[in-house]
Ligand binder design. Structure first.
Ligand SMILES: *[C@@H]1O[C@H](CO)[C@@H](O)[C@H](O)[C@H]1NC(C)=O
Ligand SMILES: *[C@@H]1O[C@H](CO)[C@@H](O)[C@H](O)[C@H]1NC(C)=O
Ligand SMILES: *[C@@H]1O[C@H](CO)[C@@H](O)[C@H](O)[C@H]1NC(C)=O
Ligand SMILES: *[C@@H]1O[C@H](CO)[C@@H](O)[C@H](O)[C@H]1NC(C)=O
Ligand SMILES: *[C@@H]1O[C@H](CO)[C@@H](O)[C@H](O)[C@H]1NC(C)=O
Length: 405
């Protein structure tokens, strides 16, 4: 439990509430003075390369594209389990079609829990930010998980600001209806709004001229969806843990062993509706997200102890917002663990590089010179939580620099 203990001690030592400006943290360090984040606390990234402020941002969002389902929320685990068996057996397409009855408009003002990080040191004048969207089963700490497992640190060392947030329904972000509201179309709008605020300077401490979207898994799906629906919002897209081979999705979906969050970890999720789920056990977490022997067992324990919730509405609209676009023409990097289960069926190199198929299919106007793939060796779906993650982190910063974003 070394990783878990040090993460908890680190959090206690480094987090302090900001009562008033100026923002000075532990040991007189300098922290960004941000606008747009309520109830800010300051802290240092796990590797110390970034100074961060966490808080909540209000996001107004509306969509006409959420789906409407002829489905009643489950009242017990037995119903949840049967729903997932139906959803994932034979791909689930028939089951999902039988439930779907058109679209619905959803609109609201949502609290989004987020962290804004700048490279350590007063001198950072960077106007480049990466907006990081996590996948299902984790929360935003996926991007700054532990010392040696921090995408935020690598990006900061390369000069980038980062903005990482808990998707709707996750952590302290608003807990909305898990069937009708917390779905991919609305979450796409929230990502788009956050990215626009960073560009305008209404979130953070400067207006960014470059906003790069970086996602993992469902977060990559939302990032891709934004490039298709709002091609001017992002300057580049980095899609990790996502590709177009869905043969492994049913195994992943069932392997998750999804369990009612409030019953599985009542000390974290009490009061949540049965439409909020988590990976059942650390065995389920390993099946879905890890590749042995590519990870430290303490990291798996920490991932299970801190697992993030996901909703039935998200599972029902998992890939719904993926769309081809000829309008987005920025650079696109596609990165995954070689042994990714959901999107490579356990081998991204078989029969050939599966990642290479994504850009021609979804971005027909993005030339080959503007795209690259990286397959991390001995890595499962939760790329950032494996030993080989740093190679992928470096590849991404090099890719962005090469393309001047
Ligand atoms: C923080 O930013 C606000 C708004 O831009 C400004 O009024 C305030 O003086 C700043 N505080 C410090 C310590 O720079
Ligand atoms: C969000 O909507 C509320 C009303 O629903 C409004 O009071 C508020 O000004 C809006 N905020 C933004 C940032 O648009
Ligand atoms: C689950 O809930 C349904 C509907 O309320 C009920 O009919 C069923 O008996 C319950 N199943 C179990 C295993 O409790
Ligand atoms: C995909 O793009 C097409 C063309 O722009 C659009 O009509 C369609 O609504 C989009 N699909 C989704 C799910 O947003
Ligand atoms: C993945 O597929 C490649 C190409 O078929 C093969 O060489 C490699 O051994 C496979 N890796 C695993 C872990 O099965």
């Amino acid at each position: 439990m070394k990783a878990l203990t040090s993460a908890l001690i680190g959090a206690a030592a480094l987090v302090q509430t900001v009562n008033s400006s100026p923002l000075f943290g532990a040991a007189g360090l300098d922290f960004p003075n941000v606008t747009g984040l309520a109830n800010p606390t300051v802290h240092i990234s796990n590797g110390g390369s970034a100074h961060c402020v966490s808080g909540t941002v209000k996001v107004n969002a509306t969509t006409d594209k959420n789906l409407k389902f002829a489905y009643n929320l489950p009242s017990n685990q037995s119903q949840v389990t049967q729903t997932l068996v139906s959803l994932w057996s034979s791909g689930g397409d028939g089951y999902l079609k039988s439930l779907t009855s058109g679209t619905q408009r959803v609109s609201g003002s949502y609290d989004i829990e987020a962290t804004y990080c700048l490279p350590a040191g007063k001198t950072s004048k960077s106007t480049k930010v990466q907006i990081l969207t996590h996948g299902i089963g984790v929360d935003r700490h996926y991007w700054d998980f532990a010392s040696g497992y921090s995408y935020v640190d690598t990006a900061a060392a390369a000069g980038y600001a980062t903005f990482l947030y808990n998707r709707l329904g996750v952590g302290a972000s608003s807990k909305e209806d898990p069937l009708n509201v917390v779905q991919s179309p609305l979450e796409l709008e929230i990502l788009k709004t956050l990215a626009s605020k960073l560009r305008q300077g209404t979130l953070g401490d400067r207006a960014f001229s470059t906003v790069v979207g970086v996602g993992h898994s469902f977060g990559s799906i939302l990032t891709q969806g934004v490039t298709a629906a709002y091609p001017k919002t992002l300057d580049a897209a980095v899609l990790t843990g996502f590709a177009l081979d869905s043969n492994g999705l049913p195994g992943f979906g069932l392997g998750l062993n999804a369990a009612i969050a409030s019953e599985t970890q009542p000390y974290r999720f009490s009061g949540l509706s049965a439409g909020y789920l988590v990976a059942g056990t650390s065995v389920s977490n390993q099946i879905a997200f890890f590749y042995d022997p590519g990870f430290d067992p303490e990291i798996l324990s920490l991932a299970d102890a801190t697992k993030g919730s996901f909703t039935l509405g998200e599972l029902f609209t998992l890939t719904h917002v993926v769309n081809a676009t000829s309008e987005f023409q920025g650079p696109v990097a596609v990165v995954a663990g070689n042994e990714d289960l959901p999107f490579c069926n356990g081998n991204c190199s078989s029969p050939t590089n599966i990642l290479a198929g994504l850009v021609p299919a979804l971005y027909p106007e993005v030339s080959e010179a503007k795209t690259a793939t990286y397959v991390a060796p001995a890595v499962g779906h939760a790329l950032n939580l494996h030993y080989a993650a740093p190679g992928a982190f470096d590849f991404i910063q090099d890719f962005l620099k090469k393309h001047n974003v």
